[in-house]
Design a protein around this ligand. Structure first.
Ligand code: GLN
Length: 228
């Protein structure tokens, strides 16, 4: 949808997958909150419209964008070549790597992805974590739509590890001290906001807003708010 259409409609519709703290997660009040949600709010505020958050499985975000069900996907989404063939990405707004999370009993502390061979590893369907473990032969990959379910499997010892982005990995480990990050894999990812291909006006608006948030100090305030 063009900017004019979004303004006429009076709301910006943003898709996300809310088991990815501190970028997007459900808080005690059952609200979807987080770093990305604050950015979405800034975008809506600057457009003078309301924000509607649509919660979807991660691998449904790009299809929903293509079908016009959402205006933007803001979901800690890594800018990848494959994805950039079907959607346009904003400027990078965050840097990320993958982390291996295991139970903190000291029995299994993999330092490299290769040590996951012969093990059961939980990932979120369609994420870059899914990609990196699926590339290695011999890892039994168990795919979930929600990270909360992946960690439940880890807790119940039905999988040996969860592989996901470092910042949410840290957030889960902080919340559940029985888990630990055994290693961080340097994948050198950057997150972007996804826009329907060719929607130049909306893409420019998103990029301009990201610039303004950075130069005004708001971006740093949000980092402090969500990452301490
Ligand atoms: N950054 C990862 C990806 O883009 C994970 C994103 C997520 O799970 N929300 O695949």
């Amino acid at each position: 949808q063009s900017l004019t259409e979004i303004k006429k409609r009076g709301k910006l519709i943003v898709g996300t997958e809310p088991t990815f703290p501190p970028f997007e997660f459900v808080d005690e009040k059952n609200q979807i909150v987080g770093f990305d949600i604050d950015i979405a709010n800034e975008l809506a505020k600057r457009l003078g419209v309301k924000l509607e958050i649509v919660s979807l499985p991660f691998d449904s975000l790009i299809p929903a964008l293509l079908q016009g069900k959402i205006d933007l996907a803001i979901a800690g989404m890594t800018i990848t070549e494959e994805r950039a063939k079907v959607v346009d990405f904003s400027k990078p707004y965050f840097e990320a790597n993958q982390a291996i999370v295991v139970r903190k009993d000291g029995k299994f502390e993999p330092k490299k992805l290769e040590e996951l061979v012969g093990k059961k590893v939980a990932v979120q369907l369609g994420t870059t974590g899914d990609l990196v473990v699926s590339e290695i032969n011999g890892i039994q990959v168990v795919r979930f739509q929600k990270f909360t379910d992946a960690f439940l499997e880890l807790q119940n010892a039905r999988v040996d590890a969860v592989v996901l982005d470092e910042a949410p990995a840290k957030a889960y480990v902080k919340k559940f001290p029985k888990f630990v990050i055994s290693s961080v894999i340097d994948t050198g990812e950057t997150y972007g906001i996804a826009v329907r291909k060719g929607n130049k006006e909306l893409l420019n608006f998103v990029n301009q807003t990201l610039d303004i948030l950075k130069s005004s100090g708001t971006y740093n305030k949000l980092l402090q708010k969500w990452f301490e």
